[in-house]
Design a protein around this ligand. Structure first.
Ligand SMILES: O=C[C@H](O)[C@H](O)[C@H](O)COP(=O)(O)O
Length: 226
């Protein structure tokens, strides 16, 4: 029986097989993304010619140690393929991300990508996203105001203890009683001054590789979802 880490690695290796010579690759954040960075590093050591951008300082450090050339994302307008983890993913390719606090950079890199694939072990596959905590990145200046608004929205917000993002901001974990209309929730969060980003990925994910007990399944977005 495969362990969770075996499954994370299997999903990562399947996604890394999509990488071709000459690509500019977006590297996600988290334990599953780290398996992808490792697998990509092995292919680079074997001669694969790619360059990459990263979604966190931690992923950048790991990738550099493995000999992957990292470009400054501030100079990059388009990425070919991004590989990243998720906290939940459903059949619509809707995802919740950000347990590791990297969702703002992850969303930007995903938006800049021609293709984004999520990699996950089977525990992340759900019928409908919504059970996982939904993180939002908040400008510290705005925290009291944002907490009041999120409380009024019924988001049960909690500020993540002793945590700052790579940009020096706070993360507030939310939990809505239902997430029946994720697009409405995403729009509401995006409209609150002081919230810089949130972990709902509704349009970014093109496909997912999900491994359960060593078997990798590919989920492909079928077109517009709601
Ligand atoms: O901020 C973190 C990211 O969104 C991660 O990709 C996500 O939390 C999944 O992480 P892991 O692969 O460690 O479960």
């Amino acid at each position: 029986m495969a362990s969770i880490d075996d499954d994370k690695k299997a999903a990562a290796v399947a996604a890394v097989a999509e990488v071709r010579d000459g690509m500019l690759v977006g590297l996600g954040t988290g334990s599953t993304a780290a398996f992808a960075i490792q697998a990509l590093g092995e292919r680079v050591a074997e001669g694969l010619q790619i360059r990459a951008v990263v979604t966190s300082e931690a992923s950048g450090k790991l990738a550099r140690e493995l000999g992957i050339e990292i470009l400054d994302f501030a100079t990059i307008a388009q990425v070919d393929l991004t590989i990243d983890g998720a906290d939940e993913i459903d059949s619509r390719c809707f995802a919740i991300k950000g347990a590791g606090g990297a969702m703002l950079r992850e969303k930007i890199v995903a938006a800049a990508s021609a293709r984004m694939v999520v990699i996950a072990d089977g525990s992340k596959r759900v019928d409908r996203i919504g059970a996982a905590k939904l993180p939002v990145e908040v400008l510290p200046f705005a925290i009291a105001y944002v907490m009041r608004v999120l409380t009024d929205l019924g988001a049960a917000p909690t500020v993540r203890d002793n945590y700052r993002t790579d940009q020096g901001n706070l993360v507030v974990d939310c939990h809505f009683a239902t997430l029946e209309d994720p697009r409405a929730t995403a729009a509401t969060l995006a409209a609150i001054p002081g919230i810089l980003g949130h972990g709902l990925f509704l349009d970014e994910v093109n496909a997912a590789y999900i491994a359960t007990n060593g078997v990798v399944t590919r989920l492909e977005r079928m077109g517009a979802s709601d």
